[in-house]
Design a protein around this ligand. Structure first.
Ligand code: DX5
Ligand code: ZN
Length: 223
């Protein structure tokens, strides 16, 4: 059953399928959800905004058929408005775009919201938080990147903690703050203390020999 992560303020573990075995994606998703992950994070990469290509609407559609879990799409693409509709139609429930790709992030957020989904905004490690302020009231969630996007398995950039704290101060209680990149049992606590609600995890979950133990370790590290 879809559990909407906006309906809870408890910390949520988002399984990023970027580190899954795509040849058996349905089984991989079932496995990490059974292990205790709360919802699915979809990393969409276009080979332009980031130097990697992942997948697009056809795969989202298959994932939608494979699970009823909430689908959170992180668009690492230069033209979010060109593709958002197809992604929502395919089953994405949150569309999170990068602030770096638009001159008017509030307008971009409003356009995406019209598609009937949740909307989020995110920023690269090198982008100052001030870039978000014009759009902060127009989004449901903010994603702080704690690695340079493009690949899973990178090391957590601690400067992201300062960003989390600054953004959290500006969010309403109904908005959520997500952190993505290098989250594991060693880094999750500091991110929680800095205000993160949702924790994206790829390698620390999919590469763990025991995924239930991986989720348990992440939750045990939280206060
Ligand atoms: C990075 C992606 C992340 C990535 C996280 O470009 O946005 O979601 O899959 O991977 P880990 O958890 O391994 O850092
Ligand atoms: Zn991501």
């Amino acid at each position: 059953m879809t559990r909407d992560p906006f309906t809870t303020s408890s910390p949520q573990i988002a399984a990023s399928i970027l580190s899954a075995d795509f040849a058996k994606l349905s089984a991989e998703i079932d496995d990490v959800l059974a292990a205790g992950a709360d919802f699915v994070h979809l990393d969409i990469m276009d080979g332009h905004f980031v130097p990697n290509i992942s997948f697009g609407p056809p795969v989202i559609k298959s994932v939608r058929r494979a699970t009823s879990a909430y689908l959170d799409a992180h668009l690492m693409i230069t033209e979010p408005l060109r593709y958002a509709r197809a992604m929502v139609k395919a089953g994405a429930q949150n569309i999170c775009f990068h602030v770096e790709v638009t001159a008017n992030p509030a307008a971009t957020a409003r356009e995406i919201r019209k598609l009937g989904c949740n909307v989020g905004i995110t920023l690269n490690p090198a982008t100052p938080v001030e870039m978000l302020w014009p759009a902060i009231d127009a989004v449901d969630m903010v994603l702080v990147m704690s690695v340079v996007p493009g690949f899973s398995g990178q090391k957590f950039i601690p400067e992201a903690l300062t960003k989390l704290r600054e953004i959290k101060k500006r969010l309403r209680p109904d908005q959520r703050l997500e952190i993505d990149g290098g989250i594991n049992a060693q880094t999750i606590r500091a991110a929680r203390d800095a205000g993160a609600d949702w924790f994206v995890v790829a390698s620390a979950l999919f590469d763990h020999p025991d995924r239930a133990a991986a989720v348990a370790e992440l939750r045990a590290a939280l206060p």
